[in-house]
Every structure is written in C-alpha cells, then in structure tokens.
Ligand binder design. Structure first.
Ligand code: SDX
Length: 429
C-alpha cells in the first residue's frame, strides 16, 4: 500500500510529510522532520490541532459524543463494570478474567494503608487549607517514602508504583478531608470494597459504628469510573510531559493533580455546584445565561463546554441519570440545585449562543449534585476527580515510559521579543 503523504509548499519548495493512519479517528500529519528539513516550526499554543503522542488507551469522538476505554464504550462500562475492573482494563489493555480481577483487587487492597510517618505531613498544613493543596503536597511526598518504586527503568517498580498510587490516593484524599474538618484519620479496611472504603474513611468516626449505604457506594464507584481517563487532557498531558524528563511516578502524578485543580479543568466540578448555588432559583437563570454570553463579562457557565465534545459529553448523560436515581433513592425529591441544573441545561441548549458554539454540559455539570447528596463539601469534589483520574494518568505514563524511542518533551516557540541589543550601563539609563 503506498504511503500517504501531505505536501507542504514553503518559499517555493515542496516538503512531503508522512500521513499516519489511526485505528479510528483523524489521520495525523507527521511533522517530526519538518524543522530539520524546512527550518520552520508549526504553531498551535492550545494544542487544538496537535496530536502529542500515539496511544492505545482512550478514544474520544467529540462530534458523536463517544468515549471508549480500550475500545469499550463508557456507557457499557458504567452499566456493567466496576471502577477496579476498569482500572485493570486501562492499565493492562483487556477486561480481566475472574481470577485476574480477584488478584488485582487483592493487590490494590493490600496497598491502601500509607506509611505512618505520612500522617505527620498533614500537621504542617493549616486546617483550612483546600484539600487539593494538601493532596498535591502529600502525593509528591510519596517519593520520599516509597524508594523501592522510584526506578522508572524497572518494569516491576513501575507496576508497584501504579498499584500504590491507585490504592493510596483514596486514603490520602480522605485524610485531607478529615484533617480539614478536625476529625481523626480513619484507617482503610480490607473487608470493604474500594468505594465503600473511601466513604468509610471519609464519614466514619471512632465514636460510633458507620454502615456504608450501598446506594452511595455504588454511586461513588460509578463516579470514579466515569472520571478514570480521558485521552490527552491538560492534566494527562502534564503527567506525560513531567514523565518524559524521567521524573518519578509520584512527582508526575502530583504535577497532574496541580493541573487538574484549575477551574477550566477538574476544578470545574466545584465551580459548577457553587455556580448553581449562586443562581439559587430557576427564575435567576436568564441573568446568568446573559452574563455567560456577554463578551465583557468573564463569567462562564461552569460545567459547560469542552475542547473535544461538540456534542453531549457521554459522561454527563450517565451522571444526570445517576443524579436522578441517587437523589430519588435518598428521598431528596425537591432538590432545588438539581432543578436549577436541569432548567439551566434546557435553556442553554435552546439558546443560539450555546447551539452555535456547540456548548453542552460536560462531566462536571452534574457530578457535584451527586457528591453533595453523598455528603461531601464542594472542596472535596476535585480531590475525588483526582483520585479517580490517577489510574488514567498512571496508565498513560506507563504507556509513554514503555515506548522504545521515548524522548523528553521540549516544544519550541514563535519568538516575538526584542532583537539582540547591548547592555546599557545604569548611569546611562
Ligand atoms: C474537564 O480535556 C478534557 O478532556 C477535560 C475533561 C477530562 O475528563 O479530563 O473532560 C475534564 O476539564 C471538563 C471541562 C471543565 N471546565 C468547565 O466546565 C469550565 C467552563 N468551560 C470552559 O471554560 C471551556 O468550555 C473549556 C475550557 C472547557 C474549553 O475551552 P476551549 O476548548 O478552549 O474553548 P474556548 O474557551 O475557546 O471557547 C470557545 C467559545 C468561546 O467563545 P468565542 O471566544 O469563540 O466567542 O465558547 C465560549 C468561549 O467564550 N465558551 C463558553 C463556555 N465555554 C466556552 N461560554 C460560556 N460558558 C462556557 N462554559
């Protein structure tokens, strides 16, 4: 089969650039040799038209509103799978057999405790620190404790680091929450499922027994699953870039947590619920929609819009159904926030501004309503996103580190600064 090429004509000279074929999705023009041959860079500051890597993990079709984890549609995984089974799928590429899943769950379960000395790290933070500030710190500090899983060139150490991160992030996030509310840390329990364990570590107190509500742990597990991975989003790209320098996996995941915190990214789940609360009632929606459309107003509808999805975010659809189910099962019928969210979605999706710009609710629009119903404060929404996404980050990191010709990521620039000029002595300035 003849190799496909794209021809670039520049200053009267033709450059033939290879076109690489995907399994599904857009072809890519391979420009790796362009600078060497034509002495030019390409320019794409927000990476709107740039494929930064080759990956087999997650595929998104923004026009169809399609999300596949290793080829499996997110709707089917949400309906039939579990978070830890999905972790296995993302990490190793296929759904596990019964024995493989049992062994994987056991390995994760046996790594949920953290080094006791890590408890003291929390004491260095103010109690009113945002749990994301604490989480960035303590996850980075894992590289000060787990020295036997720092060598990125040793496949076994890479595997151990991945299991430790998936297993310990819920414990560290729960500790950040407990510390922020002045309650004692709760140790993980090996007799609970992953999601039930997280709820137990967050909501149980030594003074009385705590029974995990199966409705809440199922909703929690689904929220973890829906956030597990999402192609080359900002925080995953951050983890890949940090990893490309050879930084240890704990430092790379801490970098991903830092990036996720931004309100344009994972911080949107907290911002979206706070926005819905600020709107308060259905009659105030038009005022906020007008602000979102006003170019002179920096206000945006949080939980709306997406760089890739120009149709419904499939995760938002599942999240919306789950919000209805969970609130119904909990008897929270007349939840004003959910009513405002649904009416805001209806009004926005009929408004030409949102229709023309293809702005739809994203994963962050409804998730906060469920998390609030489970009992979390808004400050815990992004830490929960971070612990859910850890498996995606570490799977993408392992894929990159495992590439035979892996190179450090080092973009160039369009320089528009001053021409070369000589220093001016102070007495002449
Ligand atoms: C996540 O990448 C991922 O996959 C991320 C994520 C994942 O799982 O990892 O899906 C998780 O981060 C979801 C997104 C959460 N963020 C928000 O909900 C914050 C609100 N949304 C936006 O800020 C925005 O939509 C982004 C950041 C999500 C996407 O930004 P883009 O792709 O750079 O688009 P843009 O800012 O260029 O917007 C295009 C136009 C602009 O208008 P014009 O300048 O063309 O006239 O749409 C407008 C924007 O002003 N617009 C909005 C809007 N989002 C975009 N207007 C009002 N409200 C909004 N929410």
């Amino acid at each position: 089969m003849t190799k496909k090429t794209a021809t670039l004509n520049l200053h009267g000279k033709d450059y033939d650039l290879p076109v690489l074929e995907p399994t599904i999705g857009p072809e890519v023009i391979d420009i790796r040799k362009l600078y060497g041959e034509a002495d030019v860079f390409t320019f794409d500051p927000g990476f709107t038209s740039t494929a930064a890597c080759e990956s087999t993990i997650t595929y998104i079709d923004g026009d169809k509103g399609e999300l596949l984890y290793r080829g499996y549609p997110i709707e089917q995984l949400a309906d039939k799978s579990s978070y830890l089974e999905t972790c296995y799928l993302l990490l190793y590429g296929d759904l596990p057999t019964g024995n493989q899943l049992k062994d994987f769950v056991q390995r994760v379960t046996m790594h949920t405790m953290v080094h006791e000395q890590m408890h003291y790290l929390y004491r260095g933070f103010r109690r009113d620190a945002h749990p994301m500030a604490t989480l960035v710190g303590v996850v980075g500090a894992m590289s000060a404790f787990y020295h036997d899983s720092l060598d990125i060139n040793d496949p076994w150490q890479r595997e151990v680091a991945a299991i430790r991160l998936i297993a310990k992030l819920p414990t560290l996030a729960a500790m950040a929450y407990k510390y922020s509310i002045g309650q004692p840390f709760v140790y993980p329990r090996n007799d609970l499922t992953y999601a039930a364990n997280f709820l137990h570590m967050c909501f149980s107190v030594p003074a009385e027994p705590y029974k995990v509500d199966p409705v809440l742990s199922k909703a929690m597990d689904l929220i973890f699953l829906l956030h597990a991975d999402h192609e080359q989003n900002a925080s995953t790209s951050t983890v890949r870039l940090a990893g490309s320098s050879g930084a240890n996996p704990f430092a790379c995941i801490a970098a991903g947590i830092a990036c996720l915190w931004g309100p344009a990214h994972g911080g949107a789940n907290q911002a979206a619920l706070e926005m819905l609360r600020q709107i308060g009632t259905v009659d105030r929606i038009p005022e906020f929609v007008a602000r979102a459309k006003d170019k002179n107003d920096p206000f945006r509808l949080m939980g709306f819009g997406h760089r890739v999805y120009k149709n419904f975010d499939p995760r938002a659809k599942v999240m919306k159904e789950t919000a209805d189910n969970v609130l119904g099962l909990l008897g929270i019928e007349n939840n004003e926030t959910l009513r405002v969210a649904k009416e805001l979605e209806r009004i926005a999706l009929e408004d030409p501004y949102f229709v023309e710009k293809k702005l739809y609710p994203n994963v962050d629009f409804y998730s906060g309503i469920i998390l609030e119903a489970i009992g979390f404060p808004t400050s815990m929404f992004t830490p929960i996103f971070a612990l859910s996404r850890t498996v995606g980050w570490i799977s993408q990191w392992k894929e990159m580190i495992g590439e035979k010709n892996q190179k450090i990521g080092r973009p160039r620039q369009l320089y528009v600064g001053p021409q070369k000029r000589d220093y001016i002595d102070l007495r002449h300035r």
